[in-house]
Design a binder for this molecule. Structure first.
Ligand code: ZN
Ligand code: ZN
Length: 271
């Protein structure tokens, strides 16, 4: 049981210290917990332009050092990985490439959080006359660009546009096919992210999207997107059932930005 997507207080909207997430991973019987807080918003020059969404630029080196220290400390059978969730921001690929290269990381999650200047979970965009299908297609276009950027090891919450949508999401099957093609061509992994189950009624990605990814041979991994230590490992059983039904037998994991795999196993009993 692995969980590659967790946060902590530095991003300004999650609870707890890094050590609390490691402790939660140990308590739930995980074999691997990945620390992956929100990177600074390197697309902007200021030290801390969006304090409630991202850590400060000046906080990042301390974050990596604290995570590395936890990785080096004995934690029983639990492996600790040092990652980050970085944004895909149009026009800022080189800024992200140079910042990410300066730090020793095990993996980088890539996320589309901003769609034409507005946060993906900002409900104000859904006011009168909003075209949810157009928003979904735009989101997927940015996911394709994120895949092609080569910045990321894993694409996070690849259909997050549905997370706060006021209506049932539209059919964008053609765009899903094009997006799976782009992801497959880029040889990047995709996570099943169970914050979808906390924001709407299914994980990110949907079963239809996930089936296409698995059929295309895209490596799959798992992330709870925990913003509270209690959410580490969230809905793992649900994800295992979905993946088993699709014939998935292994999950992608990372060390020093090299991809490996672990067998997909049933949930460990909490100790
Ligand atoms: Zn967050
Ligand atoms: Zn995210």
């Amino acid at each position: 049981m692995i969980d590659l997507h967790t946060h902590h207080h530095r991003c300004g909207h999650a609870r707890g210290d890094l050590a609390d997430y490691v402790a939660a991973g140990r308590a739930r019987g995980l074999t691997t917990v990945g620390l992956s807080d929100h990177a600074p918003l390197w697309a902007q020059p200021e030290d801390h332009p969006v304090p409630r969404m991202h850590m400060a630029r000046s906080a990042f080196a301390g974050y990596v050092a604290e995570a590395r220290a936890l990785q080096a400390a004995p934690a029983g059978d639990l492996e600790v990985l040092v990652g980050v969730e970085a944004d895909y921001v149009e026009g800022a690929i080189e800024a992200y490439r140079s910042e990410l290269a300066r730090h020793p990381l095990d993996y980088v999650l890539g996320s589309v959080h901003y769609v034409d200047g507005c946060h993906v979970y900002d409900r104000t965009r859904f006011e009168s006359g909003f075209d949810v299908a157009a928003f979904a297609r735009r989101y997927l276009e940015l996911v394709r660009e994120a895949a092609a950027s080569g910045l990321f090891d894993v694409l996070a919450h690849v259909d997050a546009w549905k997370g706060r949508a006021p209506t049932r999401w539209p059919d964008v099957a053609d765009d899903l096919d094009r997006t799976v093609e782009a992801i497959s061509a880029a040889s990047v992994a995709v996570e099943v992210n169970t914050s979808g189950l906390r924001k709407c009624d299914e994980p990110f990605p949907s079963d239809a999207f996930l089936r296409r990814l698995v059929d295309a041979g895209v490596p799959i991994t798992y992330g709870s997107d925990a913003h509270d230590p209690d959410e580490v490992g969230y809905a793992w059983d649900d994800v295992v059932a979905r993946l088993r039904a699709l014939g998935v037998t292994r999950l992608a994991t990372f060390r020093g930005r090299e991809r490996g795999f672990v067998p997909l196993e049933a949930v460990a009993e909490p100790v």
